[in-house]
Design a binder for this molecule. Structure first.
Ligand code: NAD
Length: 262
């Protein structure tokens, strides 16, 4: 059965060049959305837009560092010029480096905050203002993490950024609700992406364990006993971005193979 839940809707996906962002971009396109990818890596992002076009949707890439407020504002204008008014925003761009708190520098703290927290704020402010101005009943989906409530050692600053995004999203939902705009968080468990491969390598380098052992230990904490696939976040994002999600707002949904229930 054809999925046309997002037909005629334009969705911006940040950090859509690879990993979860790419999975979401491809899945929302499958449901009929046109997609603009914001990313610092425009070369890889072009592979995502090809996948979007393969679904019969229009696609654009805009080079945006989400931690730069001016770049975000310009990027939103470029996205509207390319594919029209924006109905959905998925704040997915993020970074995660595994650093124990006692070794954490101010630079690393600021770098994580800049992308994972401030970047979400900039994109929500710019796209939110556009939606309000145009009277668009839009949807915002912020990709936080199960690390907001159940982080691993080494994720001190990462957990702080993601817990911040969960709280921020509740306020966003309350403030934009009167304009017909919903805002929610998805908290992924361990998903098979380049970020997780990097996390495995960093942890193997600072412990006695191999990457395989670290992965298995992580999977033992998931009811499903497997990694998630980026597309599985795409399924839930599609629902939230569609009319079916209209009465869900301010919510945080764990999409985590049961990680938070173990
Ligand atoms: P990834 O590292 O594989 O991809 C991240 C993407 O974001 C890349 O395309 C990168 O170029 C882009 N990006 C990074 N900094 C940026 C910036 N300043 N401006 C614009 N783009 C930028 O990561 P992923 O695993 O796909 O994770 C995506 C999101 O999901 C992140 O927010 C991450 O914290 C979250 N998450 C991931 C997992 C997981 O297991 N993979 C679990 C929980 C939460």
């Amino acid at each position: 059965m054809q999925d046309d839940r997002l037909a005629d809707r334009h969705v911006v996906v940040t950090g859509g060049a690879q990993g979860i962002g790419r999975g979401i971009a491809e899945r929302v396109a499958e449901a009929g959305a046109d997609v603009t990818v914001f990313d610092v890596d425009t070369e890889t992002a072009a592979e995502t837009t090809s996948l979007v076009e393969d679904q019969g949707s229009s696609a654009a890439v805009v080079e945006v560092d989400v931690s730069d407020g001016d770049a975000v504002a310009a990027g939103v204008t470029d996205a509207i010029d390319a594919l029209g008014p924006i109905h959905g925003l998925v704040n997915n761009a993020g970074i995660q480096r595994s650093i124990p708190i006692l070794d954490l520098t101010e630079e690393e703290w600021d770098a994580h905050m800049a992308v994972n927290a401030k970047g979400v704020f900039f994109c929500c402010r710019e796209v939110g203002a556009h939606m309000v101005e145009e009277g668009i009943d839009g949807s915002i989906v912020n990709i936080a993490s199960t690390g907001a409530t159940r982080p691993f050692p080494g994720q001190g600053v990462y957990a702080a950024t993601k817990a911040g995004v969960v709280g921020f999203t509740i306020v966003l939902a309350k403030e934009l609700g009167e304009h017909g705009i919903t805002a929610n968080c998805l908290n992924p468990g361990t998903v098979d992406t380049p970020m997780v491969q990097q996390w495995l390598a960093e942890n193997a380098a600072r412990t006695e364990a191999s990457e395989e052992e670290i992965l298995q230990d992580a999977l033992d904490l998931h009811v499903a006993d497997r990694m998630g696939q980026p597309r599985e976040l795409g399924h839930v994002a599609t629902l939230l971005l569609s009319e079916e999600g209209d009465w869900i707002t301010g919510e945080t949904i764990n999409v985590d193979g049961g990680y938070t229930k173990m």
